[in-house]
Structure formats: C-alpha cells, structure tokens
Design a binder for this molecule. Structure first.
Ligand SMILES: [Zn+2]
Length: 233
C-alpha cells in the first residue's frame, strides 16, 4: 500500500461508516496508520477515560453498566476533548462516531468553530446477506470456549469441538434473528447519516466484500484520488 503515501497539508478528518461485520474498525486502523492520523473509536475512548477516572467517564460508565447507550452529549464532549490532544494535530479517523445526525451536526459545528471540516466519509458497503453470514456464523465450544465460524473456520465434525469434542453452541447475540435485528437498527440509524454526508458531497462508497487487503486498497485508492483532487484545487 506504499503507493498512496500522501502528504497532508492540513488537518484531515475522515469518518468511517459501516454496519457491524463490515470490517469498518479494521479498515479505519489501516488507514490511520497509513495516513498517520489518530484513530478515534468511542468504545476505546470510554475505556481510556475510565482508567483516568474523569467526570465524563464516570457518567458514561454508569450508562454502560446499565446496558444503556451513552447519551449523545457525553459522547460528543468526549470526542471533542480527544481531538484537541496533541496527537490529533494532523487530524483523525473516526470509527463508530458519529452514530446519528445529532452527533454529526455537533461534530460539524465544533470543527467549523476551529476553521476545520470533515474531509471525507468512507462508507464500507457490504450486502445484508454477507453481513448475516459473517455475524451469525459464530459457534463456541461449551467446554473449552474455542470459537468456530460456520463459513471461515468450521469444526471438522459439525457441532463438535476439534480440541475437546465438546458441544458447540451459539450465543444469543450471534443467532440469525438477533443479528437481523441489530442490522435493522444500524441501517435505520445510518440512512440519515448517509444522506447528510452525500448532500455535503463528502461520502465515498467502497465495496467491503473480499479480503481485508483488497478492501484496504480500495479505501486508500478512493481517499487518495479524492485528496489529490482536493489538494490541486
Ligand atoms: Zn472444546
């Protein structure tokens, strides 16, 4: 991927969108490394902040402990604090943020206030059929907890653990019904984000099927072209 060594003249902010199972986090990490940008994922932020014990983190924690989503105001504040850190001077990749229109508008407002802007939004597109296959294929051994995947790493004998002969089972989160519901929620939340960034002329759609390397190449190519073009203007 060395072909796409880009010299970025100012802070760059790139958002990654993609359904659960689309490989968004993996690709965000690859691109962050390649473009030398900070990689910001709210889940990681919450964990780090909890270790530091900030007020904001304690608030977030109380919601998470109850199995509730952290309210937008808290998430937004944490992300804004994070991007003012020295390692974000060159910009950042957002992975899992914004989740909804309200967060997107808050981010735009905050960046605009600093004379900055979201440069690109990469939408990693994977068909619902493929997502279902990836997400609902997980099976675990009851005895030794070894994970299997129906498609990518099946056991030698269906239903039995290769290591200990234990019975394989699916966690409730990994069943087709639960996965379908999760995807429905995701797509209904994300549709408005996709519209928002399409209208702003920032959305780049990338085919997320195929190997991690292939998808990574596609992402960097699309960003590369776009950035080079925007820098020539
Ligand atoms: Zn086992």
């Amino acid at each position: 991927m060395g072909l796409y060594k880009l010299r970025l003249s100012k802070s760059r902010y790139i958002i990654f969108l993609g359904a659960p199972g689309a490989g968004k986090g993996t690709q965000a990490a690859i691109v962050a490394l390649e473009l030398k940008l900070a990689h910001i994922a709210p889940g990681d932020l919450f964990r780090q902040a909890q270790e530091q014990g900030t007020d904001l983190a304690m608030k977030a924690k109380s919601y998470m402990e109850q199995g509730m989503l952290v309210p937008d105001e808290i998430t937004i504040q944490m992300v804004l604090e994070r991007i003012s850190a020295p390692d974000c001077e060159g910009g950042a990749i957002f992975d899992g943020f914004p989740r909804n229109l309200k967060q997107a508008e808050a981010l735009d407002e905050a960046l605009t206030g600093q004379g900055k802007t979201v440069d690109k939004v990469v939408y990693i597109k994977v068909s619902e059929e493929e997502l279902l296959k990836r997400l609902s294929g997980r099976w675990i051994c009851r005895k030794c907890q070894t994970p299997y995947h129906a498609e990518t790493s099946p056991p030698k004998v269906w239903g039995k653990c290769d290591k200990c002969g234990g019975e394989l089972y699916q966690r409730p989160d990994d069943t087709v019904e639960t996965v379908k519901k999760r995807l429905e929620v995701y797509f209904s939340e994300t549709a408005s984000l996709i519209d928002y960034y399409t209208q702003a002329g920032k959305l780049v759609e990338v085919d997320g099927e195929g190997s991690v390397d292939d998808v990574g190449r596609r992402v960097l190519e699309s960003l590369g072209r776009e950035f080079v073009r925007s820098m020539e203007k």
